[in-house]
Design a protein around this ligand. Structure first.
Ligand code: SF4
Length: 472
C-alpha cells in the first residue's frame, strides 16, 4: 500500500517508467473476496453472474450495460481508495437503471460509511470479513445492527447508518472455498515472481497482530491471527490444480508464516501432495527460520515478499515496526535465494522520523542484500490506519472527506519528516540504483524460466517503446 492512493508510477526516470510498465503487464490479481461471495451465494441457491471490470473504464456505456442487462437483485462489489468515486458512481447508475441493491466491501467504504449511507450510495457495507455480510445476504437475514453489517435504519430518510461492530469469521474452514467459475482465469498473473500460468490466489489465514502504523491489514482483518487448517488449505490447492489446471498460487495472507510451526506443516502438506505447483507468499523475515526456508524450497515455493525495515531503530519504532536485525535479515534472504526462491523486499519511503540521510543509508544497505526484486512505496496515511490519525494530529495531512473523494481528488497529501517531492526523488533514485545492476536482471532472466522471461520482456519492451513514442 503506498503511492498516496493512486500513484501507480515508480518515479519519472526511464528505468522507473519501464518498471511500472512491467508491473502493469505482469501483475493482475483477482479480487478473491468476489470468488468467496460467488461461492457463498451459489451454495445458498442464488444465481450468480461474475463480471471482473478491473482495468476497464467504468464510464464506458457498454461496461454498465453488461450489469444492467442482467437485471440483478443485488450487486456485490469491491471498492478501493483509489477508485471509490468511479465505483460508487457506477453502482448508483446501475441501481438507477435496473433497481438493484448494492452490497460493497473495502476499507475506504467502511471508513466513510456514514456519508455513503447518507447519500444513498450503497445499501449495505460489509464491516470486517466481507463473508459475514455476504452470508446474511445469501440467507436473507441482512438487518441493521448485525455485526459485520453496516446499513441504514429501516425507514430513515435520508438513510441514517446503523453502526455495528466488525464481523470476523473465527472458524475459517467453515467458509466455502472461492468459486472461480465465471472468472477469466487466463487474465490473472503475478509475473515475474510467479511465472507459470494459469495463476490464482488463495487465503490460508487472516489477521496480523503486528501493528505497523501504515498498514491497513490489521484495520481490515483485525489483529488476532486466524489460520485455516493445513488439511483444508492443501485440499483447496489440490482442487485448483485438478479443476482449473492452476500452475501458480499466491497466498495473499498478511503474514503467511506468523505461526512458524503451522507454516512448516503447510509446506510439508504442499510438498507431499505432489501438485506440480509454484506458489508464493508474503511474510516477515523474523517469522522464518532455516528449517522453514528449506521446507519452502522443497514444497514449490518460488517467491517470498517481505518488508525491509529502516536501518535506524528510532525510525522503526516510530512506525511501530518490530525489526529483524540486519545481519539476520541478510542471512535469511540469502538462504531463500539459495533454495531457488525469488525474494522481493518491500520498502516504505518517508516514514515518521525518517530523515533523508537515514533513507539513503538504508538504500545503500538494501543494495548489499541478495534480493531478486525490491519495491519502494511512499509512506501513505490511508484512512483508518494509525498513521492517518498521527498525520492529522501532527498536521502532516488534512482529514479527507467523502466529498473530496467524490469530487475526484483522492490524492493524499503527506508531509511528515520529508516532503512528497523529496520522497518521490528518493524513490526514483532507489529504483534506478537497484535495477541498474545487470547481475540482478541477468540472474533472474537466465536462471528462472529463460524463454518465458524473454517472451514477456520483449512484449513489455515493445509496448513500452510504443507508449513512449506516442507520449513524445
Ligand atoms: S507485519 Fe506486515 S501485515 Fe502485519 S501490520 Fe506489519 S506490515 Fe502489516
Amino acid at each position: 500500500m503506498g503511492g498516496m492512493g493512486i500513484d501507480a508510477g515508480f518515479g519519472t526516470s526511464f528505468s522507473s517508467r519501464f518498471i511500472a510498465q512491467v508491473k502493469f503487464e505482469g501483475v493482475h490479481l483477482p479480487i478473491i473476496t468476489l470468488a468467496y461471495a460467488a461461492a457463498i451465494l451459489r451454495k445458498a441457491g442464488h444465481e450468480v453472474h461474475v463480471i471482473d471490470q478491473a482495468r476497464q473504464d467504468s464510464e464506458q456505456p457498454e461496461v454498465l450495460a453488461e450489469v444492467t442487462a442482467l437485471k440483478p437483485d443485488w450487486v456485490v462489489a469491491a471498492t478501493s481508495f483509489a477508485y471509490i468515486r468511479a465505483e460508487l458512481q457506477y453502482l448508483a447508475a446501475a441501481s438507477r437503471a435496473c433497481g438493484c441493491k448494492r452490497l460493497v466491501f473495502g476499507a475506504t467504504a467502511c471508513h466513510f460509511a456514514s456519508d455513503i449511507m447518507a447519500l444513498g450510495l450503497a445499501d449495505v457495507i460489509a464491516h470486517g470479513d466481507p463473508e459475514v455480510a455476504i452470508g446474511h445476504l445469501a440467507q436473507g437475514t441482512l438487518a441493521p445492527g448485525l455485526s459485520g453489517v453496516l446499513m441504514a435504519q429501516a425507514g430513515s430518510s435520508p438513510p441514517v447508518l446503523h453502526a455495528a461492530a466488525p464481523g470476523f469469521v473465527q472458524a475459517l474452514d467453515t467458509v466455502p472455498w472461492p468459486d472461480w467459475n465465471g472468472f477469466e482465469i487466463q487474465r490473472y498473473g503475478y509475473f515475474p515472481l510467479l511465472k507459470r500460468r494459469p495463476f490464482l490466489t488463495m487465503l490460508a489465514s487472516r489477521g496480523c497482530p503486528y501493528a505497523c502504523s501504515f498498514c491497513p491489514y490489521p484495520v481490515a482483518q483485525g489483529a488476532p491471527f486466524r489460520g485455516r487448517s493445513v488439511k483444508d488449505v492443501v485440499a483447496e490447492a489440490s482442487f485448483l490444480v485438478k479443476t482449473h489446471g492452476i500452475r501458480s498460487i499466491l497466498f495473499r495472507d498478511p503474514t503467511f508464516s506468523m505461526d512458524i510451526g503451522r507454516a512448516k506443516d503447510l509446506a510439508r502438506g504442499l510438498r507431499d501432495a505432489h501438485l506440480d505447483l509454484d506458489w508464493g507468499m508474503e511474510t516477515r523475515l523474523d517469522r522464518l527460520d532455516d528449517e522453514l526456508i528449506d521446507l519452502l524450497g522443497e514444497s514449490g515455493c518460488k517467491s517470498v515478499n517481505f518488508g525491509v525495515d529502516p536501518i535506524d531503530e528510532a525510525t522503526r519504532e516510530a512506525s511501530h515496526r518490530r525489526a529483524c536485525p540486519p545481519d539476520v535479515a541478510a542471512a535469511r534472504i540469502a538462504r531463500l535465494e539459495r533454495r531457488g526462491i525469488a525474494t522481493a523486499g518491500l520498502f516504505v519511503i518517508g516514514l515518521p522520523n525518517q530523515s533523508e540521510d537515514e533513507m539513503r543509508r538504508t538504500i545503500e544497505w538494501i543494495d548489499t542484500l541478495e534480493m531478486s526484486f525490491v519495491n519502494y512505496e511512499l509512506a501513505t496515511p490511508f484512512p483508518g490506519t494509525p498513521l492517518y490519525d498521527q498525520a492529522i494530529t501532527q498536521g502532516w495531512t488534512q482529514a479527507l472527506t467523502l466529498q473530496q473523494l467524490l469530487a475526484g481528488a483522492p490524492k493524499l497529501q503527506f508531509n511528515g519528516a520529508m516532503g512528497l517531492a523529496q520522497m518521490k526523488a528518493l524513490q526514483d533514485q532507489a529504483f534506478r540504483r537497484f535495477y541498474a545492476k545487470p547481475r540482478r536482471v541477468v540472474k533472474d532472466l537466465i536462471l528462472r524460466q529463460f524463454f518465458t522471461n524473454v517472451r514477456f520482456f520483449s512484449r513489455s519492451a515493445l509496448r513500452f517503446a510504443l507508449r513512449e513514442l506516442r507520449a513524445a
